[in-house]
Design a protein around this ligand. Structure first.
Ligand code: CAA
Length: 378
């Protein structure tokens, strides 16, 4: 399979690449210090990036899925923080409302999310329900025309910054995964308590918080889809979301490969550039091969999605492989830089820290293997 992109997709790549260089690169350091990139999000919204794949009638840019994946990839080469903010906002923050919301919900929320006026978040994971998402304990009880929700969530990307949260809670605990329902919860809802902001190893500019729901009152009209449909809503959107994380992983790996190659061409030891020493040259060759293979899997999954074909298995393969590549390539990039790579004077230590979580969030590598193997034996 040859990777061929349309003129429009190439234009998207160039536009986002230029944007990332001029508007994001200067702020990488402040994000590293923990600053949430509000201004960057505003500028991304002006370019239509907060609603790339959203249809025009709901205020989006109406572009194809591959263009979205290209955007995540280019953003992540410069800042994996910005990459994950956009990925979560789009694939699990906005799309569940677009695909499972009724017309009123779609009209109320999607245009604001697509315009970047609202930022989206997704609340599935709980302290004792991570990989085993169906075992969540958060409870939603219907009282008249409201649901009263109690429980807690952890590792919520964009939490505390988001305007809408897609929250998963059980409306029927006896029914297991079939008793889970999804709700749209607005920022400022009484009983929505923003908790600890996690002090993470990487992605320092992205916000990851704990949330507590204490008798949180959500109007019944904010139920997404039907009662009991929540787990399928979560899984269906994660299927696609994983391609975004795979693309983020690819972006990190590409950035690390580029930095290591440039450094290896300049750094002279034993009388010649280290790139010309076989030990380093072979390393670069393996890194480049991994990146290329990841690229094929990422764009293959994106292409299936763009054509509206089933892509769950391919999305998981792309995420599994690209995240592992990101960890391997960033580790090797540090090795190429030697002692300098272990300092904050060069970006490779950040790439390494940012890469690790791609093997964990939106389903660990072990979960991706479960998804892939279930599809194989189905
Ligand atoms: N699409 C639609 N429906 C699906 C589905 C999918 N991809 N996968 C499962 N389902 C349905 C099944 O068909 C089944 O329904 P039926 O009985 O009617 O067929 C139901 O859901 C239950 O399926 P399983 O028995 O397979 O479910 P399970 O409990 O064994 O779990 C799992 C499957 C794949 C392990 C799932 O729990 C999972 O993906 N876990 C990982 C959770 C995860 O990815 N969390 C990420 C949090 S979000 C995040 O990280 C965002 C961020 O901040 C960056």
């Amino acid at each position: 399979m040859k990777l061929l992109f349309t003129e429009e997709q190439e234009m998207m790549r160039k536009m986002v690449r230029d944007f990332a260089q001029t508007e994001i690169a200067p702020f990488v350091e402040s994000m590293e210090e923990g600053e949430f990139p509000r201004e960057i999000i505003k500028k991304m919204a002006e370019l239509g990036l907060m609603g790339i794949t959203i249809p025009e009638e709901y205020g989006g840019s109406n572009m194809d899925f591959t263009s979205y994946i290209i955007a995540i990839n280019e953003l992540s080469k410069v800042s994996a923080t910005v990459g994950v903010i956009l990925s979560v906002h789009t694939s699990v923050g906005t799309n569940p409302i677009l695909y499972f919301g009724n017309e009123e919900q779609k009209r109320k929320y999607v245009p604001k999310l697509a315009a970047g006026e609202y930022l989206g978040a997704f609340c599935l994971t709980e302290p004792s329900a991570g990989s085993d998402a169906a075992s969540l304990k958060t409870r939603a009880v219907k009282q008249g025309d409201q649901y009263i929700i109690n429980g807690s969530k952890v590792f919520i990307t964009n939490g505390g910054e988001a305007d809408t949260y897609v929250v998963f809670a059980s409306t029927n605990p006896e029914a297991g995964s079939k008793g889970i329902s999804a709700f749209i919860v607005e920022k400022g809802t009484p009983g929505l308590i923003i908790g600890k902001d996690e002090d993470k190893m990487g992605l320092h500019g992205s916000r990851t918080v704990q949330l507590t729901f204490e008798d949180m009152v959500v109007p019944a009209e904010n139920l997404l889809g039907e009662e009991g449909q929540g787990f399928k809503i979560a899984m269906a959107n994660l299927d696609v979301g994983r391609i975004g994380i795979a693309s983020q992983s690819l972006g990190i790996a590409e950035a690390a490969l580029e930095a290591a190659t440039e450094y290896a061409k300049e750094r002279v030891q034993f009388g010649k550039p280290i790139a010309a020493q076989q030990g380093v040259g072979f390393k670069l060759a393996d890194m480049a091969t991994g990146v290329e293979a990841a690229k094929l899997l990422v764009y293959r999954a994106a292409n299936l999605r763009a054509l509206g074909l089933p892509c769950g298995k391919e999305a998981s393969m792309a995420k599994l492989y690209a995240s592992r590549t990101a960890v391997e390539v960033t580790t090797e990039a540090i090795q190429v830089f030697g002692g300098y790579g272990y300092t904050k004077d060069y970006p490779v230590e950040r790439y390494f820290r940012d890469a690790k979580v791609t093997e964990i969030y939106e389903g660990t590598s072990e979960i991706q293997r479960i998804v892939i193997s279930k599809q194989l034996i189905k």
